[in-house]
Write a protein that binds this ligand. Structure first.
Ligand SMILES: [Zn+2]
Ligand SMILES: [Zn+2]
Length: 365
């Protein structure tokens, strides 16, 4: 079928909305008409060449839409269902079979490799393939073909623009707390980065009973928002040393920290701000090959560092939990979202980068 997608032709170039040809869904795939799609940091990393994704490419990995067609073997959803498109996993490697799907052996190869597991793309232009299957979906498009393992059925009456961010940003931040950290009630948490992922982590930390919760950023409006969402302390890292400020706010150091900025120097701070036995979880994605340094004695004294992808979430299990939290007002996504028509994808991406929009969501007319 013919549709339209935002294509990246060259690293760092703007998105270009152009006609595409989309294959019919294969036996395990579904065709989804997109209603909304969030813009996430990883889309911009891929656009700008910081991830080695092949071009031309259709990004987009926070899609919400209506199933229009299903392959013969699809059991999870039917035409007419609203679905969230989250991430692809193979389902048959050791980690997939151990309920660790974000750590699928093929996670990076397939979700960022521009093709399905067999190397093909469902997208083409004038007979030439365009790389697709980005995070199993390539949803910066009016229609997407996705494997049923990528989709989560939604039954919520919430508007699509409030559901889209659950696919990656919110799932990643909230899951980093609920699934990766599993904090003790009353434990001190420091969050470095008050974008959509960090603020989702904050909302989940409030639900989990962390206290104090210190949020670090350099954008005053984001710090104000963090305070209104439940941060007990906020730190402007452009004005004071966040390690010293966190040690003061927590009486000697945080038990837990989340690095959501994806920057080596911030990861160092997120470890240095911990008390002995504290745990740091790295959430932010850096450019491929980025390295960081730590003081070995600091780590030796009982501190731990690990990373998390997609908040350690099994989307089919965790997304319904997130939907319930949004519906009950405890995950106030409406305070994070700014909507743009699909045609304004470049303006939305720019607003994400300069901090004026926390979670831009594209809506399809
Ligand atoms: Zn796998
Ligand atoms: Zn993402």
């Amino acid at each position: 079928m013919r549709s339209e997608a935002a294509i990246v032709h060259e690293a760092g170039a703007p998105f270009s909305i152009e006609p595409i040809e989309l294959e019919a869904p294969r036996a395990s795939e579904v065709l989804v008409r997109m209603e909304a799609v969030g813009i996430c940091h990883t889309d911009l990393i891929a656009r700008d060449g910081d991830y080695p994704c092949p071009l031309p490419l259709v990004c987009g990995h926070e899609g919400v839409g209506i199933v229009e067609e299903v392959g013969a073997a699809v059991r999870k959803v039917a035409p007419g269902d609203r679905v969230l498109l989250s991430y692809w996993s193979c389902g048959h490697c050791q980690n997939c079979r151990s309920a660790a799907e974000p750590y699928c052996d093929q996670m990076f190869q397939v979700n960022f490799g521009g093709a399905r597991e067999d190397g093909t793309s469902p997208i083409s232009q004038d007979g030439r393939p365009v790389h697709g299957n980005f995070m199993g979906q390539s949803s910066f498009a009016r229609h997407a073909v996705a494997d049923e393992r990528t989709v989560v059925k939604l039954t919520s009456a919430l508007p699509p623009e409030l559901l889209a961010p659950l696919a990656c940003g919110v799932q990643t931040g909230a899951g980093a707390v609920a699934n990766a950290l599993r904090p003790r009630v009353g434990a001190a948490l420091a969050i470095f980065g008050a974008g959509a992922v960090g603020l989702s982590a904050l909302a989940m930390a409030v639900v989990a009973g962390c206290s104090p919760i210190v949020v670090v950023d350099v954008v005053p409006s984001r710090l104000e928002l963090a305070r209104s969402l439940g941060a007990t302390d906020v730190v402007d890292a452009s004005a004071e040393d966040p390690v010293v400020a966190i040690q003061a706010a927590t009486g000697g150091g945080a038990q837990y920290s989340l690095e959501v900025a994806g920057r080596p120097e911030v990861l160092r701070q997120a470890v240095d701000c911990l008390r002995e036995t504290g745990e740091c979880v790295l959430v932010g994605a850096a450019a491929y090959g980025a390295e960081f340094t730590l003081d070995m004695t600091t780590v030796l004294r009982g501190r731990g560092v690990r990373g998390t992808i997609m908040g350690d979430s099994i989307a089919d299990v965790f997304v319904p939990t997130l939907v319930a939290l949004v519906e009950s007002g405890r995950l106030p996504i409406d305070r994070l979202v700014t909507t743009y028509p699909f045609e304004q994808i470049d303006e939305a991406a720019a607003a994400s980068l300069d901090g004026t929009a926390i979670k831009p969501v594209l809506v399809f007319a």
